[in-house]
Ligand binder design. Structure first.
Ligand code: ARG
Length: 463
């Protein structure tokens, strides 16, 4: 196979070197973005007169032909590509040459694979970020609707995995909404730095041809052109930024996965996952395992690994382009694919999940998660919080000895601990009252959660 760079070489490349350096199997998926970049470049070269109008038009038509051919080939070009091809850029040029002959060789004027691959990768990531944002938004929308239906569904709220105070299931899920909303914001912010065009930086130093980078950028929808050619061909910060945002998405998904796993144990019994998203055991007939949740939790390792991999790639890398950078795509694609499938599967799992209200509510019985409210009650009657904390602690100890809940204490029983306790105490000790009383902004009362939902709906992003 002839190489794009064969001229100065006398010997053939060693076959092990070929295998080691090839990236086609990985970067083939960039074909469409790479063609788009090439088309814009060819059009621009025609406009500024580096190519004749006719040459430019023939190249553009040729690139469109290549596009058609790949799009119609099924398996996105894998049948057309030569497995021995070096990378997607050389394969596309080979296909273009098949169609239009040696004129194809003019496409690379004022361009190098260094600025080409950086541009293509950015185009690809820009599109993938949009699609991930859609997945995130769909999950966010599901949570909002779920929260609306569960403003009054009670459950224990935990700290240290111990019952702390009663909350609503809506409040619990709105916490995840807040995490995913930040994830959306991070992706949007990262997009700003992705949407900068390196094309026209050529190999590293720019070009002596009178190119018009703004024209190419406008055609490709880039918001800006890169400001320095050396940086443009060697910068992969945007990959690191994206992977860091992806790692956080995965981290959030892993927290939710962990809770679904715990909640579906018989000990909790808060949720039953649908048969369609669980698996059985080959030996224990009774089993229904939350494998999807476990795999999402496990796959965080892939994305964290990709993030560390990308950072390691860039560490101490001298300017400008170095072949090390070819490895960026393995990490980037791992991050994109894993995050997308995990988001989708999380939503699928949630859509089929049956949350068992009765189990969540009965878990609250006698759990003392209303103790803070008795302490607050005494504070309202003049004690300092420290004094009332001490008193309520003693009440709780007494209840434990009697094997009853705080809500089961009689008024007389409570009055033995403080004469400040009056008949109105019964109105604050029921778990539902405790939950409903937390009306502070961001709190768990139905009215506060409703306000959170309304605020979230006002700020919904439009992609
Ligand atoms: N496959 C290469 C990459 O992904 C393309 C750029 C190659 N450039 C070079 N000068 N060898 O980075």
């Amino acid at each position: 196979m002839s190489k794009l760079w064969g001229g100065r070489f006398e010997k053939e490349t060693h076959h092990l070197v070929e295998e080691f350096t090839h990236s086609l199997a990985i970067d083939a998926r960039l074909w469409e973005c790479d063609l788009a970049g090439s088309k814009a470049h060819a059009r621009m070269l025609g406009k500024v007169g580096v190519l004749s109008a006719d040459e430019s038009a023939q190249i553009v038509a040729g690139l469109e032909w290549v596009h058609e051919k790949i799009a119609n080939s099924g398996l996105l070009g894998s049948k057309l590509f030569n497995p021995a091809g070096e990378d997607i850029h050389s394969e596309l040029e080979r296909l273009l040459t098949e169609k239009i002959g040696p004129l194809a060789g003019k496409l690379h004027t004022a361009r190098s694979r260094n600025d080409q691959v950086a541009t293509t990768t950015r185009l690809y990531l820009r599109q993938e970020i949009k699609s991930l944002e859609k997945e995130l938004q769909s999950l966010e929308t599901w949570i909002l609707e779920f929260a609306e239906r569960n403003l009054d569904t009670m459950m224990p709220g935990f700290t240290h995995m111990q019952h702390a105070q009663p909350i609503s299931l809506a409040q619990h899920f709105m916490a995840y909404f807040a995490m995913f909303r930040r994830d959306s914001e991070r992706l949007q912010d990262c997009s700003k730095r992705v949407n900068v065009m390196p094309l026209g930086s050529a190999a590293l130093a720019g070009t002596s041809f009178p190119i018009d980078r703004e024209m190419t950028a406008a055609e490709l929808g880039f918001a800006e052109v890169s400001s320095n050619s050396l940086d443009a061909v060697s910068d992969r910060d945007f990959v690191v930024e994206f992977l860091s945002a992806a790692s956080l998405i995965m981290t959030h998904l892993s927290r939710l996965s962990e809770e679904l796993i715990l909640w579906s144990t018989p000990e909790f019994g808060f949720v039953e996952l649908d048969d369609s998203v669980t698996t059985g055991s080959s030996i224990m007939p009774q089993k229904k395992n939350p494998d999807v949740a476990e795999l999402i939790r496990g796959k965080v390792g892939r994305v964290n690994g990709a993030l560390v991999g990308a950072l390691t790639l860039l560490k101490a890398l001298p300017l400008s382009y170095n072949r090390d950078l070819q490895e960026d795509k393995t990490f980037l694609f791992e991050g994109i694919d894993t995050t997308r499938s995990s988001l989708r599967l999380m939503q699928l799992m949630l859509e089929g999940a049956r949350f068992r209200q009765e189990r969540m509510e009965s878990a609250l019985k006698g759990d003392f998660s209303n103790a803070t409210d008795l302490a607050d009650y005494l504070v309202r009657r003049g004690l300092t919080f420290r004094q009332s904390h001490e008193i309520v602690g003693r009440v709780v100890r007494d209840c434990i000895e009697q094997s009853i809940g705080l809500e089961d204490m009689t008024l007389e029983g409570l009055q033995r601990y403080s004469p400040l306790i009056q008949a109105d105490v019964v109105a604050i000790l029921k778990h539902r009252d405790v939950m409903q009383a937390r009306i502070s902004q961001g709190g768990t009362s139905p009215s506060s959660v409703k306000a959170q939902i309304a605020e979230a709906r006002r700020n919904t992003f439009i992609f």
